[in-house]
Write a protein of this length. Structure first.
Length: 315
């Protein structure tokens, strides 16, 4: 991988969320971990880079469901048939089992943190919490069935004129001179309408709206589709609910203002904005929410996270 003194400057909804969650975690993720993949990198950079790759059971579960959604859609688009629910369930379980097996071998993960999986639960606690594994086991067949019966998938399968446009493709647009990353789960065209679909495997959450509006802005710009011909759907597979939104130009103007404000706040933490050189680590405030610290991947290198652990043990 190419060596640059500082990481590329960019913006995304996930970057904004992390920035709001904890500025110190944001620093470790985007700056301390930079160049950590290089053999001659400082040890802290290597350590931060490894920890940046860490995940957890719910995230692995969500990723596995998204992979199976992508596989199912591609198979139908190419061969005209969907994965059966049992096969989909089996594959998701296999992906979860592989994540667990990877997490048993910390030495191998340290050698290849980008290619192997390390679960936060295994790394810090040495075991998987039974209540989480039981919950996920129950959810897998439920989500498989609800995905296959979802409104968006069924429309794509049943309508002969439906045409696949994008699946899980990383794209960028520019806002205020900043590269903004966008990745749609799924988009198809039906007659004169473009349908953007976002699969969600967890609980319903209002915070998803910024991400969905950004999808609309991307499609409007890149495909030159008027906003009135865009349908933006959130398929909550756990509840089986599908919410559809239409967007207007005024909402998009508000979205762009939100992105610009977020960008400006992030750039306030840069010593040299032109090259994305950050201020010192001490300038990035830690969260005041100790519960977040206990779930953070950077727990072992953050003195605030360690204090949180000490407080938790004492109580």
């Amino acid at each position: 991988m190419q060596r640059n003194a500082y990481p590329e400057w960019s913006w995304s909804p996930s970057r904004h969320t992390l920035f709001e969650e904890c500025r110190r975690k944001y620093y470790y993720h985007y700056y301390a971990a930079h160049n950590g993949w290089l053999a001659d990198a400082p040890e802290l950079a290597k350590q931060a880079y490894r920890l940046k790759q860490m995940t957890n059971l719910y995230l692995v579960f969500g990723d596995a469901m998204h992979k199976m959604a992508e596989t199912t859609l591609m198979q139908f688009n190419q061969a005209g048939r969907l994965l059966e629910a049992d096969e989909l369930t089996r594959r998701v379980r296999n992906l979860l089992n592989q994540a667990y097996k990877d997490s048993l071998d910390q030495a191998a993960w340290r050698e290849q943190p980008k290619k192997r999986t390390m679960l936060h639960e295994m790394y810090y606690d040495g075991e998987l919490p039974h209540h989480v594994t039981d919950t996920i086991k129950r959810r897998i067949p439920i989500l498989a069935d609800r995905f296959l019966g979802s409104r968006s998938l069924q429309q794509f399968v049943q309508e002969q004129q439906a045409r696949l446009l994008e699946i899980e493709r990383l794209n960028t647009i520019e806002v205020a001179g900043t590269k903004v990353y966008v990745k749609l789960d799924f988009m198809f065209r039906q007659d004169n309408r473009h349908v953007i679909v976002d699969w969600k495997t967890g609980q319903e959450d209002e915070r998803n709206k910024t991400q969905l509006r950004l999808y609309g802005l991307y499609v409007h710009r890149m495909y030159e589709v008027p906003y009135e011909r865009l349908d933006i759907r959130t398929e909550y597979l756990l509840s089986g609910q599908c919410y559809e939104d239409q967007v207007e130009g005024e909402e998009m103007a508000e979205l762009e203002r939100h992105v610009v404000t977020s960008i400006q706040l992030m750039r306030d933490y840069l010593a040299e904005p032109a090259i994305n050189r950050p201020l010192s680590v001490d300038s990035f405030e830690p969260t005041e929410n100790a519960r977040r610290c206990r779930r953070c991947a950077f727990l072992e290198i953050c003195e605030y996270g360690q204090r949180s652990e000490d407080t938790s043990s004492a109580s």
